[in-house]
Ligand binder design. Structure first.
Ligand code: ZN
Length: 415
């Protein structure tokens, strides 16, 4: 298995699929569609059913046969890679029999085992990286390769217990648009797993709640020589707003389960300007507090600058699926149990960010994120171990088996 999975992964990372944050098209880059077309024909070759590639860049398919039970499970991976670092002409390098020491890809691109979470467990194994000139693309070609190999295995061996299974490959996850055109009713599953996580042994069940906050200020611009009593300077007002946000609440002072208020960009002249912020918090109450604080600040700024036009637009981006997953714990419990069987460990974790699952959970499909084994995503130091990739495959397979074993007649593992 290991070899076939690795070969598949290596062939996928060589294909450029970077998403494009500037494009307004869906999907944002045509190279993603080129890759989806390859996957579409592979799905056909291996015997998948109901294969459909829609014009917005999502590829859906179903595993033939009913499986056990009436709870339909979905597996999801995104085909795009981060536009932060080039993903063109990726040339993967295999570091066989890794000695546990730093890996030098280029003079200034060195992977220090200490700066990455989980590398030491792969001493003696095979670490896969790029040549240092591009990202690797394990995020999320690892997930794509694992899901295809899972389908191949389940079709080859119909005796393996499993639930009715669907798969979806999405685009533009890295630019936050992965779920914009996702058709939940077409997918038709009860629960889903994104295979898009990092360290083996962790099931991601919590993400941030996320809002954007967009300030707009209109002042009054005149020649500074004759400005007394007339000039209303948007630059000064926006600087005042940023100064009123506590440094304690900024991302550079935030870790673990703490959220943050992040002023992302400010652009202004005296006449008008704009400040873009994002707010992040794991709890709903915490997020309400952050929103309340900004609304109070807005009132205060209006009182202080009565001649300026000040507006604050707040918009929800995604939500922590943790609260949805509390309602029916099976997707979490079965994944933990599957992980336990596959790699003898498993615990719940949270992501200081969001996943497609954060949005999908609130679109009616409670979704948990499973690990791929890759690390240092979105960088030229991105790496994955062959053994980690293999572990990801086993985790997904064991999790599906547990769904199959618990069929329609069981409610939960504890019964
Ligand atoms: Zn990803």
């Amino acid at each position: 298995m290991s070899e076939q999975l690795t070969e598949r992964f290596l062939s996928y990372v060589r294909i450029n699929t970077a998403s494009d944050p500037i494009s307004t098209a869906s999907p944002s880059s045509s190279c993603q569609v080129d890759f989806l077309r390859i996957l579409e024909s592979e799905l056909r070759e291996i015997g998948m059913e109901h294969i459909h590639l829609d014009d917005k860049g999502t590829l859906y398919a179903a595993l033939p046969g009913e499986g056990s039970g009436n709870t339909v499970i979905g597996l999801i991976a995104h085909v795009d890679t981060s536009p932060d670092v080039s993903g063109k002409d990726v040339s993967p390098v295999l570091h066989n029999d890794w000695d546990g020491k730093a890996i030098t890809l280029q003079p200034n691109i060195v992977i220090e085992p200490e700066e990455t979470v989980d590398m030491s467990r792969y001493v003696g194994g095979t670490i896969i990286t790029s040549d240092g000139s591009t990202l690797l693309g394990a995020d999320d070609k690892a997930g794509v390769a694992v899901i295809i190999e899972i389908c191949i295995r389940l079709i080859a061996d119909p005796d393996i217990s499993r639930p009715p299974l669907k798969v979806a490959f999405t685009t533009d996850e890295e630019i936050g648009r992965g779920m914009d055109n996702f058709d939940v009713s077409k997918f038709g599953v009860d629960f889903a797993y994104t295979v898009d996580g990092s360290s083996i042994g962790k099931v991601d069940t919590q993400t941030f709640n996320a809002w954007s906050a967009n300030w707009k200020v209109k002042g009054n611009e005149v020649h500074p020589g004759s400005a007394k009593g007339i000039l209303v300077n948007s630059v000064r007002i926006l600087a005042d707003i940023v100064a009123m946000i506590s440094p304690e609440e900024m991302p550079e002072n935030s870790s673990g389960d703490e959220g943050y208020d992040y002023p992302l960009s400010i652009s202004s002249v005296a006449g008008e300007g704009e400040l873009k912020m994002i707010l992040r918090d794991f709890t709903r109450e915490g997020m309400e507090e952050r929103i309340h604080r900004l609304r109070s600040l807005e009132k205060w700024i209006r009182i202080k600058y009565p001649r300026a036009e000040v507006s604050l637009q707040l918009k929800e981006q995604y939500r922590n699926p943790g609260e949805i997953l509390q309602e029916d714990r099976r997707p979490v419990d079965y994944a933990l149990k599957g992980m336990e069987r596959a790699v003898l460990e498993g615990k719940e974790d949270s992501i200081r960010g969001g996943t497609d699952g954060s949005r999908l959970s609130f679109m009616g499909v409670p979704t948990v994120n499973l690990p791929t084994g890759g690390e240092l995503f979105h960088s030229r130091k991105e790496w994955i171990a062959e053994e980690g990739l293999e572990a990801s495959f086993r985790i997904v397979l064991e999790t599906l088996k547990i769904w199959g074993e618990n069929g329609p007649f069981h409610q939960s593992l504890s019964e």
